[in-house]
Design a protein around this ligand. Sequence first.
Ligand SMILES: Nc1ncnc2c1ncn2[C@@H]1O[C@H](COP(=O)(O)OP(=O)(O)OP(=O)(O)O)[C@@H](O)[C@H]1O
Ligand SMILES: [Mg+2]
Length: 169
Amino acid sequence: MTSLSTNSLQIVSNSSEFTQNLGRIIGEQASDGDVVLLTGELGAGKTCLTQGIALGLGVEGYVRSPTFVLMTRHHGRLTLHHVDLYRMASAAEAWDLGLDEQLFGEGICVIEWADRASEIFPEDCLWIDLEYGQDSDGREIILETGVPIEESRFQPLLTLLAEKSATIS
Ligand SMILES: Nc1ncnc2c1ncn2[C@@H]1O[C@H](COP(=O)(O)OP(=O)(O)OP(=O)(O)O)[C@@H](O)[C@H]1O
Ligand SMILES: [Mg+2]
């Protein structure tokens, strides 16, 4: 079994299907109260990854970026709260819109553009940064726990992903 010694794991994606399949594993492993924070430029693949998480949670129907509505809720094995902070000017604004209910309520919370309000999240979150790679379909995906890996609720997930990443396609 691969053991992770650092709190970050880097995976190279070569297609949107790969990114979605990575998300699917995250959704399958998700447990109530998980908070997943997504960062990366416009079009990097945050919504694509979230669509995979939704599939892994058994959500039916297509998950769009909630840019204009800020947050949407989908029902699967667990409730998926999908939040997009792109238009948020400040953390306080996000808070005023009721983000705390999504963060500390039931279900799992996936937040695009989380760096817009990084100070308001619980410590033990999973940060996932998506970066453009050299060719148009390449992405570097860096997963990082908010607390040391051995204290993180995401340790089993990252260990599994470290093992499985070579077999995702
Ligand atoms: N390896 C890849 N992973 C994810 N998406 C990819 C990849 N290669 C190409 N793409 C394409 O990049 C686009 C990613 O769009 P997506 O809406 O997921 O980005 P986003 O990060 O949510 O953008 P926004 O900041 O506007 O919300 C899609 O058109 C997808 O098909
Ligand atoms: Mg998006």
